[in-house]
Design a binder for this molecule. Structure first.
Ligand SMILES: [Zn+2]
Ligand SMILES: [Zn+2]
Length: 352
């Protein structure tokens, strides 16, 4: 095995550089992974731009949407069941304590001692990465079946967040669902809503290319909100009643009021995407009050969401191949970030 490797290190706001460093040697209980694929997430862009560097102390390898192969065990780690050397794995980015109140009540994504790869620990934009002993002990490595390529397995994390959002939205058989935004996350919501039994999935998306993709992934209708009234389309599809569920898959504060207007009384609105800055939006509280609306948010995922997402990918129930639009070698990691920033593709995957 090589003794040196390349990694893309975040060095400070807007500064990331490829460096040659020694391949980490796994200490007691640690697991060494050879990274096969790491997808670029909006969070990586926010950390690099300096907008969200909380807890990220440079130099740090970013990247938390990872598929990899187990290549070495530190003393004792070989006893962890299910992950012998040679096993292909993926992992949820969060390492949770399992003991705080939120972990105990099933909200481990809010664990008060949560740590994460690409934040506190080096992530996936490198040839190799270490899984700390306490994380390996908590069985965060999930085996990937041979039929699922690394690039697609690396999408388990964003899909797990979508699973979380779908649970909150309670999409069920016969629903009319509105998905605002048809980026990779919106397209996952489209596919998941269809799987959950929605009879209509209406997508609102200004980009013609993305509207096409939404239709090919199961949307029943894709509307350009700059040219047509989305509310009219929803009413036409729902007998005038409004959507059962509306999901914001793009962080535009002005859209929140629209979603509240577009759902029926008792309808569910999920604010899935994050908002820049304080995320302030103007809404009519009466729409929630008189409409008896259920408004939820979604942030990250639990390991159970992750297990469900990986299962859906493994069984081919969610088409991840169409969501991977670009692949770059590690040497082109900056280009991978640029393509993601421009929104020029869907998920952009780096293959170290
Ligand atoms: Zn992510
Ligand atoms: Zn906890």
């Amino acid at each position: 095995m090589a003794t040196t490797m390349q990694g893309a290190f975040f060095l400070g706001p807007n500064e990331m550089a490829l460096r040659d460093v020694p391949v980490p040697v796994p200490g007691p209980g640690e697991v060494l992974l050879r990274v096969g694929a790491c997808a670029v997430c909006g969070t990586d862009l926010r950390i690099l731009s300096g907008g969200k560097t909380r807890g990220v102390v440079p130099p740090r390898v970013l990247g938390h949407e990872i598929a990899a192969t187990v290549v070495a065990h530190g003393d004792g780690a070989e006893a962890i069941p299910g992950v012998p050397v040679g096993t292909r794995v993926t992992l949820p980015p969060g390492i949770t304590c399992g003991a705080c109140r939120f972990c105990v009540i099933g909200l481990e994504n809010h664990c008060t001692r949560r740590e994460a790869f690409g934040y506190k620990y080096d992530g996936g934009f490198a040839e190799y990465m270490l899984v700390p002993a306490h994380a390996a002990r908590r069985r965060i490595l999930f085996r990937v079946p041979d039929t699922l390529p690394d690039a697609e397995a690396s999408l388990a994390e964003p899909l797990a967040c979508v699973v979380n959002g779908q649970r909150k939205s309670q999409v069920t058989v016969g629903d009319v669902v509105l998905v605002a935004g048809a980026g990779p996350i919106g397209l996952m919501h489209v596919q998941m809503s269809r799987l959950a039994g929605a009879r209509a999935v209406i997508v609102s998306e200004p980009s013609a290319a993305r509207r096409e993709q939404a239709l090919s992934m199961g949307a029943t209708e894709a509307i350009d909100p700059t040219a047509h009234d989305v509310g009219d389309a929803i009413r036409a599809r729902s007998g005038g009643y409004g959507a059962d569920v509306a999901i914001a898959a793009i962080g535009v504060p002005g859209l929140v009021m629209d979603l509240l207007r577009w759902v029926r009384p008792g309808g569910r609105v999920n604010l899935f995407a994050g908002y820049a800055g304080a995320g302030e939006a103007t809404i009519s509280a009466n729409l929630i009050h008189y409409g008896e609306l259920i408004v939820t948010g979604t942030s990250a995922c639990t390991s159970e969401d992750f297990r469900v997402a990986l299962g859906l990918l493994s069984e081919g129930r969610i088409d991840a191949s169409a969501l991977v639009s670009h692949r770059f070698p590690l040497a082109a990691v900056h280009e991978a970030f640029d393509v993601t920033r421009r929104g020029a593709g869907l998920r952009v995957v780096v293959t170290p």
